[in-house]
Design a protein. Structure first.
Length: 376
């Protein structure tokens, strides 16, 4: 038994290498976020008319002189600019070069925009976060679990049908999936005089499976599902979960083919390796061979693609939010777009970039934890 144990010195070196790898990834994460902020700044300031920098700040009834003062305070117009008209026309000597605006813009972002991001997510982020969580469960069920089962029953009826469904889901846009599910589960299936599921809103109260009067909850966290459990209101929890079924099915099914294809191919490759043949020759049951030996190695590439898919779901969340009227981040983006509020859109873009970078950082750390070769 002692010969099978890893020496303490070797374990210490491997742990140190893992920590150094995490520090390197953190450094790269900071550089990526700075790069994203620079891209967002260029989109907001450098390639748009200078007066666009004042969208969302100009109040009704402001004079041109007051708007010019506002542009000077924002670090867009020079103090020697004679008029707002000259500033809008980009006359020489009126505009501060965009590359000199970046650091003041970044300072303003940390002093004001971070608070604005927290305000946006505290009011609308709860529903979006829960939609992502429930959709991830659908993604795991229809993507990961189905892919593993299809590989372990290669060329069976289940494998062929699941691949056919995957090809269909690949070929249709997400809003078509949403309309199809709404038609089937809400417009076609009725129980008495009520549809099976409600098609819109954060709380389902008018469907056959709903509880008509779920009561109220106390907002502890801003997450309706969590707050309903904390408030001991299971009826509200049930209706909130029902309201998320159609959006979560839409989002999960739209992105599950990516997970399905990679998990199935990774599992097939793992099952064809020599160590699996050796395990079978020892008389191990197929369940132990598949789920104890093959699954661990097949999970490594799936971790990376799962992080990418979850990050990509942020774009799908916006579409699903609008289709099902959930009043989440998608509604905030739509309202900011209609009001030409470039600052709010920029804040949300940076926050999305932060989420994507953090998800990929977590996947890289998990990958390194499973496979020590990644740490070098």
């Amino acid at each position: 038994m002692e010969g099978c144990l890893i020496p303490w010195g070797v374990r210490k070196r491997e742990t140190l290498k893992l920590y150094l790898y995490i520090l390197r990834r953190l450094g790269i994460t900071v550089l990526v976020l700075l790069g994203v902020s620079l891209v967002v700044f260029i989109l907001e300031r450098a390639i748009s008319p200078p007066s666009d920098a004042l969208f969302g700040q100009v109040q009704l009834g402001m004079t041109y002189q007051q708007q010019l003062s506002l542009a000077q305070q924002d670090g867009v117009a020079t103090m020697s600019c004679p008029s707002f008209q000259a500033f809008s026309a980009s006359q020489p000597g009126c505009l501060i070069p965009w590359y000199e605006q970046y650091l003041p813009w970044l300072k303003e972002f940390f002093s004001y925009d971070v608070g604005n991001i927290f305000s946006i997510y505290s009011s609308a982020g709860g529903v979006t976060a829960e939609l992502l969580i429930v959709s991830s469960g659908v993604l795991a069920l229809f993507g990961l679990v189905t892919g593993i089962l299809a590989a372990s029953h290669h060329n069976s009826i289940f494998d062929n049908v699941s691949r056919l469904v995957t090809y269909v889901l690949f070929s249709i846009p997400i809003f078509v999936t949403a309309l199809f599910l709404k038609t089937v589960l809400s417009y076609d299936i009725y129980v008495g005089s009520k549809p099976l599921l409600q098609t819109y809103g954060q709380l389902a109260t008018s469907c056959a499976l709903c509880i008509a009067n779920p009561g109220t909850i106390t907002a502890f966290t801003g997450l309706p599902l969590v707050d309903s459990l904390a408030s001991h209101n299971l009826a509200f929890f049930w209706d909130t979960l029902l309201a998320l079924i159609l959006p979560a099915l839409t989002l999960g099914l739209a992105y599950s083919p990516y997970i399905f294809k990679l998990s199935r191919s990774s599992m097939l490759q793992a099952l064809s390796d020599s160590y699996i043949l050796f395990a079978r020759s020892k008389g191990l049951t197929e369940r132990i061979v598949v789920y104890r030996h093959a699954l661990k190695n097949a999970a490594l590439p799936t971790i990376t693609i799962t992080a990418w898919v979850v990050s990509s779901m942020l774009g799908g969340v916006t579409v699903v939010d609008l289709v099902f009227n959930l009043n989440g981040i998608g509604s905030v983006i739509l309202g900011a777009s209609l009001n030409f509020d470039a600052q709010t859109i920029a804040d949300i873009l940076v926050s999305f970039a932060l989420i994507v970078v953090l998800v990929n950082l977590i996947s890289d750390v998990l990958y390194a934890a499973f496979d020590p070769r990644i740490r070098y």
